[in-house]
Design a protein around this ligand. Structure first.
Ligand SMILES: Cc1ncc(COP(=O)(O)O)c(C=O)c1O
Length: 379
């Protein structure tokens, strides 16, 4: 089976782990701090403002909690996104308000923010779908000064809009380093908060709500603190810290990231050219002018009655496909009770085909040939 997502872990990551094993420190330590510093350099933001957590889901939750999202607040979410976003909003007691997307980029329509915002709107969560930057100038404009912009950058680890890294435009942003992401550490997530005071609060939420003043018993004893074994809680929270095993893998992955993106961009360009003559297909748009994508997804659009048939045919040929992301307003548990026509069209017509740095030329040729055979059989 040709898988739809894949990661590249090799000798370099293995070697980095030897250092962690030798140190006998497996928890959140030096490697986590070094990853945070390196990722902050990659984003061109201060290291203080970047936190590594054990998943992007945790980062979304901690980020929204830090921004004070709670009962009475509304959070606008692009409906094409992962359940991690909407569930965090609802768990915090706020209301999720789903926004429609552009039919072809699958990114939020800025005019949806203007349509849906109310005095209760506290945050707008956007996604840079498939790594293609969303239209940030219009989004920032629509949010205005009162609403906090929260970028889900899980698809856009290396994307830039007008030369600026995606994820650094708003009050907060998150990245995923799970097993299916371009930069993978097994599981992991990053949280960027523009306001350094927010980062301090999030740091406490990340680790059980412990006070920033809490130091280890050893350090407290060395500092002659009387009750050196006691600790303080600033908040009630869960445990969302990462560890040095994951962070060491992530640091190597970050060094290799530009190579991964180059390969993905090459495969994207090949699909664009090789599938251009299949008239039944709408191919994905290129990134907006002045933008760089991470090329996380490649997506095809076609008539609804062809989409599932193509997916089943490709599966029978050993090619795995999927559709990301099932629109959130259609998830039964959320009981949204709204219709968003573009997202519903996308849900019926869009298919993601394999795009990752481990595809061989033979794999890509096989995928293109199978798609062409399928459509030729319909003619
Ligand atoms: C867009 C998006 N946001 C958030 C997440 C959650 O990431 P994680 O698996 O690291 O918790 C994912 C994971 O698939 C995702 O694709």
């Amino acid at each position: 089976m040709i898988s739809i997502f894949s990661n590249s872990l090799g000798k370099e990551e293995h070697h980095a782990l030897e250092g962690v094993f030798a140190s006998r420190w497996l928890g959140a330590g030096k490697e986590c701090s070094l990853f945070e510093e390196a990722f902050a350099r990659h984003l061109r933001v201060p290291a203080h403002n970047v936190l590594l957590l054990n998943s992007c889901t945790a980062a979304i939750y901690v980020g929204l909690k830090t921004l004070g999202v709670g009962p009475g607040d509304e959070v606008i979410i692009a409906t094409v996104n992962f359940v991690a976003c909407a569930s965090a909003v609802l768990e915090l007691g706020a209301t999720a308000v789903f926004a429609d997307v552009d039919q072809h980029t699958l990114n939020i329509l800025p005019e949806e923010i203007s349509r849906l915002k109310t005095p209760q709107t506290k945050v707008v969560i956007i996604l840079h779908y498939g790594g293609h930057p969303a239209p940030m100038a219009e989004i920032i404009d629509a949010c205005g000064p009162e609403i906090a912009l929260f970028e889900d950058s899980a698809n856009s680890v290396s994307s830039t809009y007008d030369g600026q890294p995606c994820g650094t435009f708003g009050a907060a942003a998150v990245w995923s380093f799970d097993a299916m992401k371009i930069l993978s550490m097994g599981d992991g997530g990053a949280l960027y908060l523009r306001n350094p005071v927010h980062t301090d609060i999030a740091r406490s939420h990340r680790f059980l709500g412990l006070s920033g003043q809490t130091v280890s018993g050893k350090d407290a004893m060395a500092a002659n603190r009387a009750k050196w074994w006691e600790y303080e809680l600033d908040h009630l929270s869960g445990r969302f810290i990462s560890n040095d095993i994951a962070a060491a893998i992530g640091r190597v992955q970050l060094q290799r990231l530009s190579g991964f993106i180059e390969t993905r961009k090459r495969i994207w360009a090949y699909y664009q050219q090789a599938l251009a003559d299949v008239s039944a297909l709408t191919l994905p748009p290129e990134p907006l002018p002045g933008c760089e994508s991470s090329y996380y997804f490649y997506w095809l659009q076609m008539a609804p009655d062809q989409r599932d048939a193509l997916a089943h045919y490709l599966s029978s040929e050993g090619i795995y496909t999927t559709f990301r992301y099932f629109p959130l307003h259609l998830v039964a548990r959320y009981n949204a009770g709204v219709q968003l026509p573009n997202a519903e069209w996308v849900n019926a017509t869009t298919l993601n085909i394999p795009l990752h740095q481990n595809l061989t030329e033979a794999d890509i040729d096989k995928i293109v040939a199978a798609i062409k055979t399928f459509f030729a059989s319909l003619a």
